[in-house]
Write a protein that binds this ligand. Structure first.
Ligand SMILES: [Zn+2]
Length: 430
């Protein structure tokens, strides 16, 4: 007869050989991708549309079929909980989103949710009972394509903004988030946020080229880049392109052009993790034979360390002031948005790293350059992410692709990271 301590001591042996079913995971991904499938092999399943409802119905049905209890909160976030031995313990949560960009792919978000489903199915097949409850979340409107703000469901969950604020947001046709949610039948009654969470793990395709380039299978995500957005407004003087001599011009576009190069130099000075991009420019009057008198441009700067972002901010202001002085222009630099850098929980990051090492997958530490629900979750729970490579680093595109064996590896790492936090004992012989 086993004593309690013998059972607990046997945990590593009981679960070390456990693996997800990669073919089943792939099949679920392909089946979900049929809802909103595009001609070019991608997916268009915008948040809170009929297609989103169909996707939710399908995945929630699968989760229910895996024995999980379903709850839906006021933001439409879905929580599917597989009970643990001890209902009083905080939940180990995983998940992601199933809404997509208008020309999105099959894997962004969908992978994290279906990897969570695969973890539950694997625990069921093995007859494993975890000590803590294990749950899968489907976060509403992560993409921010139909409704702003992005990461709306997880942001409301983490109380970054209120549920009322979220419900009032309107799409381009004037439909409010709250109405759309009601219409698809996913305005739930469960309270928003406040769940006791032991940990949150999110598996995701990298959406960048690093893992593929270095032949790594797993990205142990240590945090996410902080971000600052600016509008830079250059003012000079409109004048005729013919009669105005070069030395007496006040060409706002010349200032803006110099700043594009300066901004790129700033990011290079803060290599390897600094990023800086000018992605928008509006030239006035934008006429072939008029010297531009006004240019509005955007600057997007990112870095994993907030102190570095402060330095990059200083360098941006210094560079624009110097260029403006030299070219007899004015430049106004306005910061319009900011996201602090986030560092994931050391314990959760360790759990991901240990799982990758134990399973023998080549891995490296990596910082997320994109936004994810995990970034908001990190404000209310110990959090980490698992990245897997995607083809050519491309996402938010119908040609987004990932290899089945990489997706399987990421789900195995997720399984073992979850087990490390949730604790598991065998209930019956597998
Ligand atoms: Zn995503």
């Amino acid at each position: 007869m086993n004593t309690r301590s013998e059972i607990v001591d046997s945990i590593p042996d009981a679960s070390v050989s456990l693996r997800v079913d990669g073919a089943r995971l792939w099949q679920s991904l392909m089946q979900l991708a049929e809802i909103g499938a595009t001609a070019k092999g991608g997916v268009c399943r915008l948040a809170l549309t009929d297609l989103d409802r169909q996707g939710r119905d399908l995945v929630a049905g699968w989760l229910r079929g895996a024995g999980a209890g379903i709850e839906i909160d006021g933001a439409g976030n879905i929580f599917a909980t597989r009970p643990g031995r001890n209902a009083g313990l905080p939940t180990v949560l995983t998940g992601s989103h199933i809404d997509t960009q208008p020309s999105g792919g099959k894997f962004d978000g969908n992978y994290g949710v279906l990897a969570g489903l695969e973890v539950l199915r694997t625990l069921n097949d093995a007859g494993l009972v975890t000590e803590k409850p294990v749950a899968v979340a489907i976060w509403t409107n992560e993409e921010g394509s139909r409704f702003v703000p992005v990461m709306g469901g997880s942001g409301a969950f983490a109380r970054v903004f209120t549920l009322e604020h979220l419900h009032q947001q309107r799409d381009v046709d004037g439909v409010a988030f709250g109405e759309a949610l009601e219409r698809i039948g996913y305005a739930g009654k469960a309270p928003i946020g406040g769940r006791a969470l032991d940990a949150y793990f999110e598996a995701h395709i990298e959406q960048g080229p690093i893992l593929e380039r270095e032949d790594k299978v797993i990205g142990v995500v240590t945090g996410a880049l902080g971000l600052r957005w600016y509008d830079c407004i250059w003012s000079g003087q409109d004048a005729h392109a013919g009669p105005t001599p070069m030395e007496s011009r006040r060409d706002a576009l010349r200032g803006a052009s110099r700043l594009v190069e300066a901004v790129n130099e700033i990011a290079r000075r803060h290599a390897p993790d600094g990023r800086a991009t000018v992605g928008f420019m509006q030239v006035k009057p934008n006429s072939r034979n008029v010297i531009p008198g006004r240019v509005a441009m955007s600057v997007d700067m990112r870095h994993p360390e907030d102190e570095r972002l402060v330095a990059m901010d200083r360098e941006l202001r210094a560079a624009s002031a110097a260029i403006a002085a030299e070219l007899h222009l004015e430049c106004e630099v306005r910061q319009v948005d900011q996201f602090p850098a986030s560092r994931f929980n050391a314990g959760c990051v360790d759990a991901v790293r240990a799982a990758a090492r134990k399973l023998g997958y080549p891995y490296r530490e990596i910082v997320s350059g994109a936004g994810h629900d995990a970034i908001y979750l990190a404000r209310v729970a110990p959090t980490a992410m698992i990245f897997v490579p995607c083809k050519d680093g491309i996402s938010h595109n119908e040609i987004e692709d990932a290899r089945p064996e990489h997706l399987e590896a990421g789900a195995n790492v997720l399984l073992h990271a979850v087990l490390a936090r949730a604790g598991g004992i065998r209930d019956r012989p597998a």
